[in-house]
Design a binder for this molecule. Structure first.
Ligand code: CP
Length: 343
């Protein structure tokens, strides 16, 4: 498949409003904070009795997942349903793509059914940009993960989670918290679109220090240019960290011998209870999921009291509602709004 080079400008219209979400790279700080604040409003509704809003009634959202997913696909679907949109989930393996129909023709066919928005996951970096470049005017594309390139809604929900737990809690978040934080991103950075989106978002919000911690084989060459410090040893990489984001070892993207063995990776880079005990007492642990238990994280740690992994999943619904409603021009109800976050 021919894909296009990422072009972050494609996602903003002439007035600077979000019309697609393809990457966090290059997103204006104010807009990123607006999305997080909008997500706070949706989260407030989701914590109430009636979780449904009528704002996207009559709109059609299509989930197009060419790669497996549990969290992203279901939370996008739930987010759309909470906003009263009609949702189509294309079974890609049972669709005409398996007969050779191209991405372009798949897009045009579904557009003919008056779809308003496509949520796209694909193994090829640039696939979401391809869709955005070829979508009809007014049709929005949301990148739900493209190859190693970007996973912007995961990046947003990670920022939302950090701000919630390090920036003043529900209803009064401070974006200034990022200026005091050291964030360590640990594991398979080489293959991780989550790492890239997290790094872009953390930089936009002015994070004090961003570290990547991994063996040399799992760090992309030149990643320092993204404004991160590289550590090849876990103990020093975690020293003084306020936030630890673990990454899944992406065995499906590993074509060669990146590691001697999973056991060796766990020995050198796995977050165990013993290592957890050496973190700062208030440090938080995150992971985008799915986790490899006993590889990058011990099972007890994954669901232990310091872990926010399941909170991340919950926040994904509010964040995806925010992105969908902002792009389709239907914000959260006024009564759900807190004052804007401190900027
Ligand atoms: N975090 C994430 O993208 O998980 P899924 O692959 O289950 O969607």
């Amino acid at each position: 498949m021919k894909t296009t080079e990422p072009n972050p400008g494609l996602q903003l219209d002439a007035r600077g409003r979000l019309c697609h979400l393809l990457t966090l790279d290059g997103l204006p700080r104010e807009l990123l904070i607006d999305i997080l604040d909008e997500a706070e409003a949706h989260d407030k509704v989701l914590r109430g009795q009636d979780k449904k809003q009528g704002t996207l009634s009559g709109r059609t959202i299509v989930n197009l997942f060419f790669e497996p997913s549990t969290r992203t696909r279901t939370t996008f679907e739930l987010a759309a349903k909470r906003l009263s949109a009609d949702v189509l989930n294309l079974q890609v393996s049972a669709s005409s793509t398996s007969k050779g129909e191209t991405l372009f023709d798949t897009l045009k066919t579904l557009e003919a059914m008056q779809a308003d928005m496509f949520v796209v996951r694909h193994e090829a970096s640039g696939a979401a940009h391809f869709f955005a470049e070829h979508a009809a005017p007014g049709v929005a594309i949301l990148n739900a993960g493209d190859g190693r390139h970007a996973h912007p809604t995961q990046g947003l929900l990670d920022l939302f989670t950090i701000r919630r737990y390090k920036g003043g809690g529900v209803g009064g978040p401070s974006n200034d918290c990022f200026k005091k934080l050291t964030v360590a991103i640990v594991g398979d950075v080489l293959h991780s679109r989550v790492a890239r989106s997290d790094i872009h978002g953390l930089r936009i919000l002015g994070t004090k220090e961003i570290r990547v911690v991994a063996p040399p084989t799992l760090v992309p060459a030149g990643i320092e240019a993204m404004g991160v410090k590289v550590f090849h040893e876990l103990e020093s990489g975690l020293d003084g960290a306020d936030v630890v984001i673990l990454l899944r070892l992406q065995k499906e993207r590993m074509m060669g011998a990146f590691l001697p063995s999973l056991a060796e990776f766990h020995r050198d880079f796995g977050l165990t209870r013993a290592r957890l005990a050496k973190l700062k007492p208030e440090a938080i642990v995150m992971h985008p999921g799915p986790i490899n238990r006993g590889v990058e994280i011990e099972g007890d740690v994954a669901y232990g009291p310091r872990s926010l992994i399941l909170n991340q999943v919950s926040h994904g619904i509010a964040v995806r509602m925010a992105v969908m409603s902002m792009i389709l021009g239907a914000p959260a109800p006024a009564e759900a709004r807190s004052p804007r976050s401190r900027r």
